[in-house]
Ligand binder design. Structure first.
Ligand code: FE
Ligand code: ZN
Length: 517
């Protein structure tokens, strides 16, 4: 008689251990150091990789099933949106300029995040982080794909959506988000995890995705809302991974604490500078506004971020000092950034415009300490000039910060009459940065930042013209050539929204959709 042996079922934790730790092996004909050359040079000491916990214990099998379900829903919404001319349900085509900024400035970064996590996963000797990085690498490529698909529908009807990848690598203000990721990608795997896994995902994502997605919802953009939800549901995992990595480093060795603190300081500040673009999007680019930049900063950074740093205090981690400046800058960031983009709207990959009277009243109410005092008059003047046919475009090129690459048009926190800039000397050359935060980053690794590809310097060096351009011919127009090299069509993709093709088309189509003509 056969004995019936009851098979013991494995618990989730054991099953997961078999599929991850159990599949790892020790190299035999190469040393571990040779296989993982980047694991140690940043100075992070790890004594026991098995202490790394994967809070989600996600298997590939479960991952594909869950993500496939989300994809099906997302693409059903995108189809419905496209087939029902969803774009005509937007509040106003002015809104699409925020989407253009997102597509050119953010979606390609998702792809960079994909590459970065794949690389970090390859470089970590531990199994826990390797598996977690693999999952996130797959998430990130999905994010870039779904964003491009969702937004591609607008490319059929509106200008400026045609060449985002090309633009990311060339257009001046896009070097702000691009240099952030280039800096992270060219760092070691642990710094990458602090830069993207922690600062970007944990501290900044809420300030980027939540306002963008609620902005989309408020303005009738169901396509963007849906990819936002699809991506946001991965974010919980990403944030946990970033925080897990920080805690792991801090718990492994006390020598890691100052290194991690330095990275947190650096990446918090770099993140704040990238967020300048989000601040102007929230306060100036949405026809229907969600909340002011200042309010978003207070809720998502000062409150939520504050709680996070209280949690990290037990490891000896302090809130980055540079962030106290950000809490003064929150009163100015959006107004100053929008002023830059408005003036240089002749070289931007989207349309700019001055706020209406009602919008200025909203800004005064949201910024009672600064808007009327410093900005209303300037904007009213620019608007009057535009109405008289003298729309102001700045034709000079601004100096850029060597680190964050934001044009130096931001004022000192305590002096509105003084542009904020700092100088460093290195190997007989002067380098300029926009703030103490950026100067500190530069001085810490000058050899890295002197290599920065600064769009303005590159234009002056003649590196931003189409091949075969002869700048010595009579009547040479450098701006026109730079725009050609950007793949921007002057007057169509850029300049003021008022009078643009996008504005005319949207109004005409919307008219056809709502009444007999
Ligand atoms: Fe992502
Ligand atoms: Zn800077």
């Amino acid at each position: 008689m056969d004995m019936q042996v009851k098979k013991k079922k494995l618990g989730l934790k054991e099953k997961y251990a078999h599929m991850t730790r159990g599949l790892d092996w020790q190299p035999s004909y190469q040393t571990k150091e040779a296989v993982f050359p980047y694991a140690t040079y940043e100075g992070i000491k790890v004594h026991d990789w098995d202490k790394w916990e994967d809070p989600f214990r996600l298997t590939m099998d479960a991952y594909w099933k869950y993500q496939a379900e989300k994809e099906r829903k997302l693409y059903a919404v995108l189809d419905a949106f496209a087939q029902n001319n969803g774009h005509l349900g937007l509040t106003d085509a002015r809104y699409l300029n925020a989407v253009k900024l997102f597509l050119t400035g953010i979606s390609p970064l998702e792809y960079m995040a994909h590459r970065g996590f794949a690389t970090a996963g390859r470089n970590f000797p531990g199994v826990g982080p390797r598996v977690a990085c693999l999952m996130q690498a797959v998430d990130e490529i999905r994010h870039s794909q779904t964003q491009i698909h969702a937004i591609s529908n607008y490319n059929k009807y509106y200008n400026g959506f045609h060449d985002f990848k090309h633009m990311l690598e060339r257009v001046w203000y896009l070097s702000v988000p691009k240099s952030f990721f280039d800096d992270a990608f060219s760092a070691g795997p642990f710094e990458w995890m602090v830069a993207i896994g922690f600062s970007f995902e944990y501290v900044l994502t809420n300030l980027l995705f939540v306002p963008f997605m609620s902005g989309a919802a408020y303005n009738g953009d169901m396509a963007t809302v849906t990819f936002g939800f699809s991506a946001q549901s991965d974010e919980a995992r990403h944030m946990t991974l970033g925080l897990e990595c920080i805690k792991f480093m801090l718990e492994q060795d006390p020598d890691n604490v100052p290194i991690v603190q330095k990275w947190i300081d650096k990446w918090a500040w770099r993140g704040v500078r990238v967020l300048s673009l989000v601040s102007m999007m929230m306060d100036y680019m949405l026809p229907k506004r969600v909340m002011s930049w200042k309010e978003a900063w207070e809720i998502y950074f000062e409150q939520n971020g504050g709680a996070l740093f209280n949690d990290l205090a037990r490891y000896g981690i302090k809130m980055p000092e540079c962030l106290s400046r950000a809490s003064i800058d929150k009163e100015h960031a959006s107004h100053q950034t929008w002023s830059i983009l408005y003036q240089y709207g002749g070289a931007a990959a989207f349309h700019t415009f001055m706020p209406s009277d009602e919008e200025m009243d909203w800004l005064s109410a949201k910024y009672p300490n600064t808007f009327d005092k410093y900005y209303r008059e300037r904007f009213t003047y620019w608007r009057e000039q535009e109405q008289k046919g003298n729309r102001f475009y700045n034709n000079t090129l601004p100096m850029l910060c060597q680190v964050c690459q934001v044009p130096m048009a931001v004022t000192e926190p305590d002096n509105m009459l003084q542009i904020s800039y700092r100088e460093s000397d290195y190997k007989g050359e002067k380098y300029h940065t926009c703030s103490d935060g950026c100067k500190q980053i530069f001085d810490d690794e000058p050899e890295k930042y002197i290599q920065a590809w600064l769009p303005v310097h590159q234009i002056y060096m003649g590196n931003c013209f189409p091949e075969g351009t002869d700048p010595t011919v009579e009547g040479f127009d450098p701006l026109a050539k730079v725009l050609e090299w950007y793949h921007l069509v002057p007057g169509k993709d850029n300049m003021d929204y008022n009078g643009s093709e996008d504005q005319k088309n949207f109004n005409a189509w919307r008219g056809l959709a709502t009444k007999n003509d």
